[in-house]
Design a protein around this ligand. Sequence first.
Ligand SMILES: [Zn+2]
Length: 473
Amino acid sequence: MNTTYSIELVDTITTPPAKRHRPITMAVDIEPTNGTSAAVSGVKAQSPEANKGYSSRVVLTTYPGQSVVNPIPLNWGEADPDNRGPVLVSRNGKTLSRRNAIGAHGGSYCVYTALTIAAGGLPPGFKPSFENTEPTFDFPQQAAWSDTSKIVAMDPFGHDIVRHFQRHLNDGLDVRPTIAVTRANMRVAEISEWIREGQIPVDGNIVISDAGDVRVTKVAVEPVWYLPGVAARFGVDEGTLRRALFEHMGGSYPELVTRPDIKVFLPPIGGLTVYIFGPPERVSDPSVKLALRIHDECNGSDVFQSDICTCRPYLAFGIAEAIKEAQAGGSGVVIYFRKEGRALGEVVKYLVYNARKRGGDTADRYFARTEGVAGVRDMRFQELMPDILHWLGISKIDRMLSMSNMKHDAIVAQGIPILERVPIPDELIPADSHVEIDAKINAGYFTTSKKYTEEDLKQVKGRGWQGWEDLEH
Ligand SMILES: [Zn+2]
């Protein structure tokens, strides 16, 4: 197939950064050479095989005002879901021209969906059945659901699309949930041990067996970003945010720069899971106490129990305290964010481990090692984290089971007071993780015990390269 590829500079961004002389956004416009003018910028598929199940034209990007661009209105911040409108991101069939969001469903798992379709395991136009998938608990709508300063990183109506957006489903549009609510029993080794030791009683309702079975309501949430709101949280203009996302995700989403009229983006990143202990209606009840742990993923510790950090011990402690608060008539919530290794990922994390162990693993140099490899010490951006608290209707936190100042400050900045901060008990800190926890305390993490001087921190050493290398787990 002969195609021409032209690259042009176009002005599409809403608000250019002040330091630029003129707004420049690069867009790639690819057109067939057969002379027909394309209503949608596109190119003929490269080979008959590449055509399987798809139309012959590949739509690379769209522009506002094109005849085939007719988005269903999406009025972020509307309290009535019918006026707010569904999030439509699918490129399937007629939904392509009615889309009002960029990206794909499933967070990072959208890649596996694409792979499954490529491998022939799923037709491109597959439509899911949502029969019997509705939430096990009907979370009451909060004022924050229609406050564009409070919820910008998830779709507040994403759990109940069948109820709210039935007419669009009936019209054949590919509306999909971005939140699911279910119930389960869970069993965590530490909790079972503390039940055996009598620290946590079996109450028959929340803790239902002396083997450690605990009843929980779970909420899984995929990221849905309202770009003007996300930009505001970080104090940047929307145009800069869109450009950076486009550039640094390999140019994957040209519509971030060609469609300033589309305000919602579903990024290919991990989401979060809420674990609620006790009746879920108590979470938003300000008359009962709430214990809360915000936990960021650390697979090496959370699942495989490496002893270099305090992640799993703090998680287990958080679950235990959440259970106890629920047993005392309050509510306990643990929220698990998929932000592995301070959102730097495990490859960077292990590089830092090596740099620490080989370079003399002392608490005073803990953050410098991370900054040397990653450029920054943390990429978790707690600024977007409090959205889920607003969605749940949490108006105050009685017991915050976290020492992180970044989490604390992000929550308080969103107008949710934290009445007490509860550090991890000393006896739960693994021996080799003192380097991490002492460095964090020195950097401003909350503690009720001793603060360290720089000289003290030099004395806090990890196991070291030799001993560490020789360890067998
Ligand atoms: Zn960890």
